[in-house]
Design a protein around this ligand. Structure first.
Ligand code: LLP
Length: 432
């Protein structure tokens, strides 16, 4: 059975469109490789999360979008307007999140390595909700807060020892992973008096691209258990941060519906909730992935042994997920050719990037037998962990990024990098 087109895509006269915009014209106007984001899809995904969580937790729910998935300002503005808060992991992300106009009260600072400068900067900007990942971080935060004559609201990120996530490299909740604090250690920290620190709850994050609700339920059970331990120490539980990690399906939709997820959370968390407890969820991929695609052009076509290989102009420097995690993203031809295809439909075509590494491959795909040099392809579900993970490896350039607004207006968010400009800048430094 063929899978329907990813969210936001349709075909009109055989041509692929994204939120009704003609991708061929976008490629002609802005060149390739090109990231294309759609406000409509972004907002739809965010609203599904907000509504699902609100139905179960009312105003106590906070969808704190994981900024790392896609931190472009226009993306963050859309999400702030849709009622999201933000999960951030660096000062840079904080500056971007705040620039979207969000209330700093709706921002939570996570991350395994925060410098004193970053902690100071957060507190001075009113970002007080900090998820602390170690005892020494707590000590540093306490000093910084005291120096500033303020206090931080701290949830300890506890390690649930749950093996979850779509790939070893994006599993974060095992006790051998670098993240978080062993739960038994938290008891000792909660018992001590700390200057400048108010403990407000528990945070977890087990990994990314998790599609099994049972794994989240394990995490919810763990959260409740440790929140109850806080309560027995007379520490009020004001914040439960469930982390992100909800996977997506082939169409870019959340693999678990936000409402289903929220209902399960509600069921498990009930024993520790009161009207003042804020419940946070931090989806990144499940909000941003479907809202973006990467347009790329076929540079070359050749036979390697018994298979056809297309070399495209986007490489692992533009989109790293396939090389790094063996991730599979659908690649669709922008113009559907009259196919011989019916009987060859099951033939898989190998698609690779131009970077000089064997890992620079986008895997094998059906439906590309007819693709020729110069043809456009769309890599789907590329709105999360796409452009944000780009590099200039092989002295290649980062792709341009455009954003289709509700009214169809196309905004250039980032111009294509220019290798000559980059070289000229470096030459001026070397000469100085
Ligand atoms: N909260 C915390 C504390 C996180 O570390 C992450 C992701 C999230 C939320 C959001 O997770 P999501 O809902 O997007 O799965 N580059 C990898 C993903 C790394 C995720 C790191 N942390 C990839 O492309 O698959």
């Amino acid at each position: 059975m063929s899978i329907s087109l990813p969210v936001g895509l349709d075909r009109y006269d055989g041509k692929l469109r994204f939120v009704e915009q003609d991708l061929t014209s976008l490629a002609a106007d802005f060149g390739t490789p090109l990231y294309v984001y759609a406000e409509e899809v972004l907002e739809q995904q965010a609203c599904a999360w907000r509504e699902g969580m609100q139905r179960c937790f009312g105003e106590r729910a906070l969808v704190a979008y994981a900024t790392k998935a896609n931190d472009r300002l226009r993306v963050l503005q859309t999400l702030a307007r849709a009622g999201c808060g933000f999960d951030i992991v660096s000062e840079g992300e904080m500056l971007r999140a705040l620039a979207s106009g969000v209330d700093p009260e709706r921002v939570v600072f996570s991350g395994v390595g925060k410098s004193d400068l970053e902690l100071r900067s957060a507190l001075s900007k009113g970002v007080r909700h900090i998820n602390v990942e170690s005892e020494s971080e707590l000590l540093r935060l306490s000093k910084v807060a005291e120096q500033q004559g303020t206090h931080a609201s701290v949830s300890l990120r506890l390690t649930p020892d749950i093996a979850a996530g779509g790939h070893d490299k994006i599993s974060t909740g095992r006790k051998t992973d670098k993240f978080g604090i062993a739960p038994e250690r938290a008891l000792a920290l909660w018992r001590q008096p700390w200057h400048g620190i108010t403990f407000d709850g528990v945070a977890v994050h087990c990994g990314s691209q998790i599609c099994d609700l049972a794994l989240f339920e394990q995490a919810f059970r763990f959260v409740v258990e440790w929140a109850q331990k806080m309560q027995t120490l007379s520490l009020p539980v004001r914040r439960l941060d469930l982390g992100g990690g909800i996977g997506i399906d082939e169409r870019g939709e959340p693999a678990l519906s936000p409402l289903l997820y929220a209902r399960a959370a509600q069921k498990w968390l009930a024993p520790v909730l009161d009207e003042k407890t804020r419940i946070l969820v931090e989806p990144g991929r499940a909000i941003a992935a479907a809202a973006g695609l990467l347009l790329t052009r076929v540079l070359d076509r050749k036979r390697i042994e018994d298979r056809t290989c297309l070399v495209v102009d986007a490489g692992m420097n533009n989109f790293l997920r396939c090389a790094l995690y063996d991730a599979h993203h659908r690649l669709l031809p922008v113009v559907c050719k009259n196919t011989l295809a019916k009987h060859t439909q099951k033939t898989k075509t190998w698609v690779v990037g131009p970077v000089c590494e064997s890992s620079d491959t986008f895997g094998t795909h059906e439906g590309l037998e007819q693709a020729a040099i110069g043809d456009l392809l769309a890599l789907c579900s590329a709105g999360a962990y796409g452009a944000v993970m780009a590099s200039d490896y092989n002295a290649r350039t980062r792709a341009a990024e455009v954003f289709i607004e509700h009214d169809g207006n196309t905004l250039l968010l980032r111009a294509r990098e220019d290798a000559r400009v980059r070289l000229a800048e470096e030459e001026s430094l070397v000469r100085a």
